[in-house]
Write a protein that binds this ligand. Structure first.
Ligand code: PLP
Length: 442
């Protein structure tokens, strides 16, 4: 029964016997047992409390066990726990209305999926049918999901095992001044050269063969590289000139994470399709989706859309989304995220960089920050190789955990991505832990 499953030792034993984990060599992992969570904290099997600076996988935007979300799920479960997608349902309709009220421009139609990867799969399918073209351009240093097409769109090492060159995706370099692919020394130069590079890739691939350019409005797992001013507007302009659709993947950057409802707002750009998941309902029940423009929607007005999911717009997931979005509106959670970044996390991380030679760069916005750790500030040699880890990185992570904080880690980077509801005091506590862990392993 559930009570015995809450026993930490048994949970661990059964996990090792029967649970197959994502992205892992099964015999080499030893997952931490989490028994409960509240707000910005979780507790392990031994009853130890941790400040969650990772929001799990950057999805608990309103923290754990938010009473309004939990109550909404419970109420929906008591009323109508499930219904097939072909029916209309008030909870789903309201979730779609709320999402459409916050997405930019005319992205007013919502196709619900179970998560981010399938949202991207469907966005590309829509773009291909709308344009009658096949190719998709995506960036190196990106993550778009684990399914066949989504993992091939991905620009990180997780793609390598599944890429057999048959999905029609072509990769290009996005802007990333700290490790510029264009020998740029200023943001303006990086922006201009990255756009010239993209223009050239489009020309050489053949504009009339390209359905969509898909990019994360702010690349997340790949390193939280906030694009320089003018970049996204430049991509929009290239798309418009060639009849290519712009798809913004806001799975990680959306729903307040960047200090705006959607990260494209920083650039004042409206994509043709916008994909979301994670923060839409703080991840309490699996939910993702595609927000669709009027023009793409019109393509499917009298032509059946060839795609669907059993759980598209599941009422429990949509009830969680309604409660999440209303809470964000009522409590100005997006403004809170912006201030948390501008007043606490940003200045706090910059102070750490003044002190620790290993911090090569601090970058981010809202509750969305990355520390680029290096073994040498002058050469910018990463503290772990691309696609790998190192004893130094492992020691820093262990140092954080031993001091009661869970960081988000990728290669040579630590990401500070706490719930948007994290208090200033909690954020300072977490930064102090990071400070100690960096000092202890220097
Ligand atoms: N897109 C981005 C930007 C993501 O960060 C992720 C997940 O981390 C995905 C897509 C895939 O989402 P999911 O794991 O829900 O399929």
């Amino acid at each position: 029964d559930l009570a015995s499953a809450y026993d930490a030792e048994r949970a661990y034993e059964l996990d090792r016997a029967h649970v197959f984990h994502s992205w892992s060599a099964q015999a080499e992992i030893s997952p931490m047992v989490i028994t409960r969570g509240r707000g910005s904290h979780v507790w392990d099997g031994a009853g130890r409390q941790y400040l969650d600076f990772s929001s799990q996988l950057v999805f608990t935007n309103l923290g754990h066990q938010h009473p309004r979300i939990v109550a909404a799920i419970q109420e929906q479960a008591g009323h109508l726990a499930t219904v097939a997608p072909a029916f209309a349902n008030g909870t789903r309709s309201e979730a779609a209305r709320l999402i459409a009220s916050h997405t930019p421009g005319d992205l007013d139609h919502v196709f619900f999926t179970n998560g981010g990867a399938d949202a991207n799969e469907h966005a590309v399918r829509m773009a291909r049918l709308h344009t009658g073209r096949h190719k998709v351009l995506t960036t190196y240093r990106s993550y778009h999901g684990g399914t066949e097409l989504a993992v091939n769109m991905t620009g990180d090492p997780r793609r390598w095992a599944s890429d057999h060159g048959s999905t029609g995706t072509v990769h290009f370099f996005g802007p990333f001044l700290y490790r510029s692919s264009f020998h740029a020394t200023t943001e303006a130069e990086e922006c201009q050269r990255a756009l010239a590079h993209l223009e050239q890739v489009v020309a050489l691939e053949g504009p009339s063969t390209i359905a969509a350019i898909v990019l994360e409005a702010i690349p997340g797992t790949a390193g939280i590289m906030v694009p320089p001013p003018g970049y996204l507007a430049g991509v929009r302009e290239i798309c418009d000139r060639h009849g290519i659709l712009l798809v913004a993947d806001e799975v990680m950057s959306g729903f307040g994470r960047s200090g705006r409802w959607f990260a494209v707002e920083h650039a004042g750009v409206t994509p043709d399709l916008l994909t979301f998941a994670k923060g839409v309902n703080s991840g309490y029940v699996p939910l993702g989706g595609v927000a669709i423009s009027d023009a793409v929607h019109a393509t499917f007005a009298h032509r059946s859309y060839p795609g669907g999911l059993t759980y598209s717009g599941h009422p429990l997931a949509c009830a969680a989304a309604v409660a999440t979005i209303r809470t964000m509106e009522d409590e100005d959670v997006v403004g809170r995220a912006e201030r948390l970044g501008a007043e606490v996390i940003g200045p706090g991380l910059r102070a750490l960089a003044d002190k620790h030679e290993r911090i090569g760069e601090v970058r981010g916005t809202g509750a969305f920050w990355a520390l680029e750790l290096v073994s040498d500030r002058a050469t910018r040699e990463p503290l772990a190789p691309y696609g790998g880890s190192s004893p130094e990185m492992a020691a820093i992570v262990k140092g954080c955990q031993e001091r009661g904080m869970l960081p988000f880690v990728n290669f040579n980077r630590i990401h500070v991505v706490p719930p948007l509801t994290t208090t200033d005091e909690e954020a300072r506590e977490g930064l102090a832990v990071l400070d100690e862990a960096l000092s202890a392993t220097a």
